[in-house]
Design a protein around this ligand. Structure first.
Ligand SMILES: Cc1cc2nc3c(=O)[nH]c(=O)nc-3n(C[C@H](O)[C@H](O)[C@H](O)COP(=O)(O)OP(=O)(O)OC[C@H]3O[C@@H](n4cnc5c(N)ncnc54)[C@H](O)[C@@H]3O)c2cc1C
Ligand code: FES
Length: 505
């Protein structure tokens, strides 16, 4: 989702990444990159470094998609656990996964040094601590699996969280973190210095291969011709369905608080709960730092109880860290999971010159820079050591339970068209609220804006027709099938949908 229609603000969202204009006519490039998050800008950076002319185009403001909502743990460790990863991918791929994720963090560190980027990049430790239902033997199993997957890890006794002073935990050295938007800002500066161009507020609706090249068309009529295109829109906008049947959208929640400086060792803290909590610090002004805590994940569009989730995250964090200060901000965002925990990154299925990156599985801050290395290698040399692991056309090879479960959402969703509306009249919808209303055979997504004006749209998502759900925290319509999001008035905000909901005003 891009920033202008949002009702929650992350700690970084106000940091400007780059000022750019919309593309209004025609542009040409060696490679056009659609999407200016960590993935798109990393790909653009690597290609510009190899003397290719790049054009980056975004539907919103530069860098203000999901990367502006991240908590930026730069962790090469699979956050679903090595045991799970080995179950889905086998030991060799699990090793390759961790090797490639480490290479992504090393590359960020290298770029930070090379371009002297002031983005609070630092190496630090991560600690995995047991939730209330975790048996000690489960940590032992995970320790073994991590070692098999080539990860440096050790068992330690005690971490500086209340109640865990003597508990056995896992310690992962050499993880990292940074300020994500300051990093992106520096990438854009280098990209433009190397002759690249950035365009914002330009919605791409079509990516076509023709005569050995690519033509990319925007909704406003602008066209970009290039030798290759990279679709880095978080959720792919070029494929109607192929990749989306292998992706599941989840909403996750984050909060930032003040914390007295140096009152908690600077580290990444994760628990073993499902969904898990993720905690870290960020340097703040004056005598305080920020403590960023997140969790509460659920399948997109399947819950509308953000306030209860924030309350639970806060209560949990205060129990662990009693010195926590006042809340600064809270926000939510979406992640796209794959059934085998690795992103889809490489040549888009069925294409020769169109590349895609999606399915970060909650680890987009490492998967994005990895896409930079992998896709730049594929474009310039036709191969990468990680090509097969991240191959977008792959099918999950081992445990198919997740795969089948995720596809049930779409089937269940279509039945909602037969259900009654959520309210029986438009008069019941208060300012700033949205609800589904039945009008004869039709379902209406109705939103009353803060001035009292009622906006009526079809409840049918413009991707492939699922039934949208109101998200009262972000004040937008979420599509549970593949994660599209629309503003209250039906304006498309997040892919795969490109077109607005049909207006019924
Ligand atoms: C609360 C939260 C916490 C997270 N914490 C972590 C973490 O600690 N560590 C981690 O590794 N990951 C984390 N993630 C995940 C990570 O932030 C994302 O996976 C990552 O930022 C995605 O980057 P991206 O470049 O793929 O997508 P984005 O940053 O969303 O960029 C995609 C861009 O494409 C543009 N776009 C979309 N459609 C079009 C179109 N039709 N035409 C033109 N442009 C278009 C969008 O406007 C957007 O700017 C978190 C995510 C959330 C929400
Ligand atoms: S996102 Fe696919 S139908 Fe809505």
């Amino acid at each position: 989702m891009n920033v202008e229609n949002e009702h929650s603000t992350s700690l970084w969202m106000e940091t400007e990444v780059a000022a750019a204009e919309p593309l209004r006519a025609k542009a040409t490039a060696d490679v056009v990159i659609i999407g200016s998050g960590i993935a798109g800008l990393s790909v653009a950076y690597e290609l510009a470094a190899r003397n290719l002319k790049v054009v980056v185009v975004d539907r919103g403001h530069i860098g203000k998609g999901m990367t502006a909502r991240t908590t930026a743990h730069l962790a090469p460790v699979c956050d679903d656990g090595a045991g799970e990863l080995i179950k889905m991918q086998g030991e060799e791929n699990a090793k390759l996964f961790h090797e490639s994720q480490r290479a992504a963090v090393d590359r960020i560190e290298e770029i930070v040094k090379l371009d002297r980027i002031e983005c609070n990049f630092r190496r630090l430790s991560a600690y995995l601590f047991p939730g209330p239902k975790t048996e000690p033997s489960e940590l032992d199993e995970e320790l073994k699996a991590m070692k098999k997957a080539g990860v440096a890890v050790e068992k330690i006794k005690g971490i500086p969280l209340a109640g865990y002073e003597t508990t056995t935990c896992l310690h992962y050295p050499d993880q990292a973190t940074f300020h994500p938007l300051r990093y992106l800002r520096a990438l854009t500066e280098t990209i433009t210095k190397r002759g690249g161009a950035l365009y914002e507020r330009t919605v791409i609706s079509e990516v076509e291969e023709k005569d050995g090249a690519v033509i990319v068309r925007a909704m406003n009529g602008a066209v970009i011709e290039a030798a290759a295109a990279v679709v880095a829109t978080n959720s792919p906008i070029n494929d109607r369905l192929a990749l989306h049947t292998k992706l599941a959208p989840y909403r996750t929640y984050a909060m930032a608080f003040t914390i007295p400086k140096d009152s908690l060792p600077d580290a990444l803290y994760w628990d073993t709960m499902d969904p898990y909590h993720y905690i870290r610090q960020q340097p703040g002004p004056g005598g305080a730092d920020y403590l960023i805590t997140g969790g509460g994940d659920h399948k997109s569009g399947e819950a509308d109880d953000a306030w209860a989730r924030f309350e639970a995250i806060e209560a949990y964090t205060r129990r662990l860290i009693p010195q926590l200060g006042k809340e600064i901000t809270r926000w939510s965002g979406q992640v796209l999971d794959t059934p085998d925990y690795a992103a889809y990154c490489g040549l888009n299925p069925g294409n020769k010159h169109v590349y895609v990156h999606t399915g970060d599985s909650g680890q987009g801050m490492t998967h994005g820079p990895l896409a930079g290395l992998l896709i730049a290698d594929l474009i310039t040399s036709g191969k990468s050591p990680w090509q097969k692991l991240y191959e977008p056309s792959r099918k999950p090879t081992r445990d198919l339970t997740n795969y089948a479960r995720e596809n049930m959402t779409t089937i269940k969703n279509f039945a909602e068209y037969l259900a009654p509306g959520e309210v029986s009249s438009y008069a019941q919808i208060k300012k700033g609220e949205g609800a589904i209303v039945r009008e004869g055979l039709r379902k209406v997504a109705a939103y009353r804006d803060t001035h009292g004006k009622l906006h009526k749209s079809s409840a049918m998502c413009t991707h492939v027709g699922c039934h949208v759900h109101w998200n009262s925290f972000e004040r937008c319509w979420d599509c549970p099938c593949h994660g599209s999001q629309f503003a209250g008035d039906g304006t498309a905000l997040n892919g795969p949908a490109v077109k607005n909901l049909e207006s019924l005003d």
